[in-house]
Design a protein around this ligand. Structure first.
Ligand SMILES: [Zn+2]
Length: 376
C-alpha cells in the first residue's frame, strides 16, 4: 500500500545502536494524607513574613524584555505552496508498506524506509497512520513532511539532521527518540505532537496568534509580562490542572495544597496593589504580576502549598520539580531563567500544558518563553 506521507529528498537509514532507557522514578513521598484543594477561594496574600517570597537576595534589576528570544519562528513561511500528495517531486520518496517492500539496499537515488500501515494495531490506529519502526537518520537538507490528516508514528530512534514539518500528527512512542541538530517544525499546534518518548532535537514553534485579545503560540495560551489577558477573561480553575494536582497528590503522598488557583482580574489588581504597598512596584514586579498579566487569571496556573523560597528545599517541592511534567504541568518560573521570564524562581508556581507539551518543555531544559520563542 502506498503511503501519502512524503519524505522529500533522500533519507538514509542507518542502524543506530543507541538504546533509549527510560528511568521511572518512584515517588518518594512520605505518605502524608492528601488535603483538599483550596483553589478558588484566594484572598489577599497573608502579610506574615513566611509567606513572602524571599526577594531580597534576588531582586536585582531584571530587564523588561529579553533580547535572546526575539527571533520569532518562520516555519510557516518556509512551507511550499504545494502539498498535494499526488504530485510528489521527483526527488521525493514515497513511503511504502513493509508488506510490500523491504529495506532497499540498492544504490539508486531512491530509498524506501520500512513504513507499515497500522491497520492491525488498534490502540492508536487511525486509518492513515504510518509507522517508522527502525532507526534512521534524516540527513541535513532532507525533510519529512507530515501532511494534514496524516499520522506518523515513530517507534525507533531518529537521528535528525534535517527537518520534520508537522502539520498532521506526529506520535513519538514511549521508547522512541528524536535527537540531533535538525529541527521539528510545528506548523499549527503543539496538539499535533503526541510525545511519549524523548525529543532532544530543537522544536520550532509557530508564530503567535491573537484571538479575542488572547495570545496563543501553537495553541498554547500565553500570558506573561508582555502578553496579557482581557479583563473579563477566565471563569475559574482548570479542571485538567485540578485533576493533575490530585493525581500528583495521590502518587506522591504529599499534601500539595493549592494555595492559589484562579484569580480574576479584580483580585489580581488587589494582589498586585498590596505587594506594591509592601515592597514597591519594582520589587513587587519580580514576583507578582500586574493585573491582566497573571497566569492565574487563565485558570491554568496554581501555587502549590507555599509561596516561600524555602519551599524549594522541601521534599514535596523536589518531587514536584522532578515529576510534574509527567502530569502535564511545568514549573513555570525556573531557576536561572529570571532574566527571561522576568520572575524570580518560583518552585511553587505550576502551569498546565498537557502531558505531551509539558514533557517536551521539560526535556528541552528551556523555560516556556524560550520554548515558544516569545519575549518574556
Ligand atoms: Zn503563582
Amino acid at each position: 500500500m502506498k503511503m501519502t506521507l512524503k519524505i522529500i529528498s533522500l533519507c538514509t537509514a542507518t542502524a543506530l545502536l543507541s538504546a533509549c532507557s527510560e528511568v521511572n522514578q518512584k515517588p518518594t513521598g512520605a505518605g502524608n494524607s492528601a488535603s483538599e484543594a483550596a483553589f478558588g477561594t484566594s484572598s489577599l496574600p497573608n502579610s506574615s513574613s513566611s509567606d513572602l517570597p524571599n526577594v531580597s537576595s534576588s531582586s536585582s534589576d531584571l530587564p523588561n524584555s529579553s533580547s535572546s528570544s526575539s527571533n520569532l519562528p518562520n516555519s510557516s513561511s518556509d512551507l511550499p505552496s504545494s502539498s498535494s500528495s499526488s504530485s510528489i517531486p521527483s526527488s521525493s520518496v514515497t513511503l511504502q508498506s513493509s508488506s510490500e517492500s523491504s529495506k532497499s539496499s540498492s544504490a539508486s537515488s531512491s530509498f524506501s524506509i520500512n513504513v507499515s500501515s497500522e491497520n492491525e494495531n488498534p490502540p492508536d490506529a487511525e486509518e492513515n497512520t504510518n509507522v517508522i519502526s527502525e532507526n534512521i537518520t534524516v540527513n541535513s537538507g532532507d525533510e519529512i513532511r507530515i501532511e494534514k490528516d496524516e499520522v506518523l508514528r515513530i517507534d525507533g530512534d531518529i537521528e535528525l539532521l534535517g527537518d520534520i514539518y508537522v502539520e498532521g500528527k506526529l506520535i513519538v512512542s514511549e521508547n522512541a527518540e528524536i535527537s540531533g541538530t535538525g529541527v521539528i517544525h510545528i506548523v499549527n499546534s503543539f496538539d499535533d505532537i503526541d510525545c511519549r518518548g524523548t525529543v532532544s532535537a530543537k522544536i520550532d514553534a509557530p508564530d503567535p496568534i491573537e484571538k479575542d485579545g488572547v495570545t496563543y503560540v501553537g495553541g498554547i495560551l500565553v500570558v506573561n509580562k508582555k502578553y496579557s489577558l482581557p479583563k473579563n477573561y477566565g471563569n475559574g480553575f482548570s479542571t485538567q490542572l485540578n485533576a493533575a494536582v490530585s493525581a500528583m497528590r495521590k502518587d506522591s503522598g504529599f499534601s500539595m495544597k493549592i494555595a492559589s488557583g484562579f484569580r480574576s482580574y479584580a483580585l489580581q489588581e488587589s494582589v498586585f496593589a498590596y505587594w506594591c504597598s509592601v515592597d514597591g512596584v519594582e520589587t513587587a514586579s519580580t514576583y507578582s504580576a500586574r493585573p491582566g498579566h497573571s497566569e492565574h487569571q487563565s485558570g491554568l496556573a496554581a501555587d502549590i502549598t507555599s509561596c516561600s523560597s524555602s519551599y524549594a528545599n522541601t521534599p514535596e517541592a523536589k518531587w514536584l520539580a522532578e515529576n510534574c511534567y509527567k502530569y502535564g504541568v511545568i514549573i513555570r518560573y525556573p531557576k536561572d531563567k529570571s532574566d527571561i521570564t522576568g520572575y524570580i524562581y518560583e518552585p511553587w508556581h505550576i502551569r498546565y500544558l498537557g502531558k505531551s507539551t509539558a514533557k517536551l518543555v521539560h526535556d528541552s531544559g528551556l523555560c516556556l518563553e524560550e520554548f515558544l520563542e516569545i519575549d518574556g
